[in-house]
Write a protein that binds this ligand. Structure first.
Ligand code: SF4
Length: 431
């Protein structure tokens, strides 16, 4: 299978002649070949390269300051050696966390590899580390800061590593939606239950987790979304689910909730584009958000995989659109996908619908299987890809010098309320 590095090299050398290139979502942007520090000045205009290329960056998103030139010009080997040396010098004082979707040059230095929730827990298991370097995106670093000790600093190597899905639900829009919902539905039913329980996906800002904490709501992950929805329905009549419409729809549908009871909330329209009756009848109100990476997967890709690999097992992430999840053999979180591959009989062929770095790594770790990405275009999550080894070397060497740079910290009031929603989530984990 083509590696991400090969694809990026192709983008560098043949920006207009890529194999399989086409319009819109069928190709990566050639801008993905731009180094993250060269790309940074354009951040305010949009997320730019790769799978998030069409998504707007919200005003006020953190910007990454320039890093010293030496980190930009060092070879891959030099950066790897400097990262290793800095980690050795820091010893137990630092822990490096790497998300499954990070590039291999970063994962090679991670003390823990996992999804956002596993990594937040890993941070908690290392109270002796003064610094937690989170190689992932902004909302993950925020969650780690909330769940870690007060003596610990959480560092995001490149502050421009946001998540376009998380940014699709901002605090003001959700507050506005809530006000409108309360106007139409009231706060409680005649029996005293909440009319609406807010549920936010882990992939959201700390401010939205805090919103859920304040309003009797909860956080969910892609592993426990069904358990969390059950928790919410025990307490309220309906759910407002944000930011990912697909995870909300796929989960609710699997629980037997009809699609007509799941209206979409478009934050740009009054009542989200619904009538008051739509909202009265709703069981799950879905925020108009999505992951640009998982939206790339299509039923046509599944048909092609089945035609070319009879007997293929198709597993997709529940952030994929509903028709894709329906056409797959199964769907589940990154952890579910990893475990399914590990448990399969040797010789299984897998077509996987999730981020390419993870799929390629699974393929390398499991030569006993045939594993490929459903999307033939090798297109990584562009914001995850901003964690370049140059940034990791920089933050670690600054730590060696006694300086904490790129710290992500959540204010005390927000952290307190967000922790309420996170603790509810922990209690609602599947048995
Ligand atoms: S893969 Fe999707 S949800 Fe995950 S960080 Fe990238 S844009 Fe956000």
């Amino acid at each position: 299978m083509t590696s991400v590095a090969t694809r990026i090299d192709l983008l560098r050398t043949r920006p207009d002649g890529l194999p399989g290139a086409g319009a819109g979502r069928s190709t990566c942007s050639s801008e993905l070949a731009t180094n993250p520090w060269d790309f940074a000045p354009a951040v305010s205009a949009g997320y730019g390269p790769g799978a998030s290329q069409d998504d707007a960056v919200p005003a006020g998103a953190p910007a990454q300051p320039a890093i010293p030139e030496e980190y930009k010009h060092a070879s891959a080997e030099e950066l790897a050696a400097r990262i290793t040396a800095a980690k050795r010098e820091l010893g137990e004082r630092v822990v490096v966390l790497g998300h499954f979707y990070q590039r291999d040059e970063i994962v090679a230095h991670a003390d823990f590899l996992g999804d956002s929730f596993q990594l937040a827990r890993a941070a908690r298991s290392k109270p002796e580390a003064e610094a937690i370097v989170f190689c992932g995106v902004h909302f993950m670093a925020e969650t780690a800061d909330i769940l870690s000790g007060e003596h610990q600093s959480v560092i995001l190597p490149n502050l421009a590593a946001g998540c376009s899905m998380a940014d699709m639900a901002d605090e003001d829009s959700v507050e506005e939606a809530w006000e409108q919902l309360m106007d139409v539905l009231g706060e409680t039913d005649d029996d005293g239950r909440q009319t609406v329980v807010p549920v936010t996906y882990m992939n959201s800002s700390a401010a939205l987790k805090a919103f859920c904490g304040r309003h009797g709501g909860i956080v969910c992950t892609s592993s426990n979304a069904a358990t969390v929805l059950e928790w919410a329905f025990e307490r309220g009549r309906r759910v407002l689910f944000f930011p990912d419409q697909h995870l909300g729809r796929n989960t609710a549908k699997a629980m037997g909730i009809p699609l007509e009871r799941m209206p979409m909330w478009n934050p740009r329209q009054d009542l989200g584009g619904n009538t008051a009756q739509d909202l009265e009848d709703a069981q799950v109100i879905l925020w108009h958000g999505f992951c640009s990476v998982h939206r790339r997967f299509t039923t046509a890709q599944i048909e092609q995989a089945r035609a070319e690999h009879p007997g293929v097992r198709v597993i997709v992430h529940p952030e994929c659109p509903m028709p894709v999840v329906d056409a797959a053999d199964e769907s589940g979180s990154t952890d579910h996908i990893r475990k399914a591959v590990e448990a399969a009989a040797p010789g299984t062929t897998f077509a996987i619908g999730t981020e390419i770095n993870m799929v390629n790594r699974l393929a390398a770790e499991h030569p006993e299987h045939t594993i490929f990405c459903l999307d033939p275009v090798i297109c990584p999550c562009s914001t995850m890809y901003r964690i370049h080894p140059g940034y990791l070397a920089w933050v670690l060497e600054e730590l060696v010098a006694g300086r904490v740079v790129n710290q992500v910290s959540v204010d005390a009031a927000t952290a307190r309320d967000a922790q309420v929603a996170l603790e509810r989530m922990l209690a609602a984990l599947p048995r």
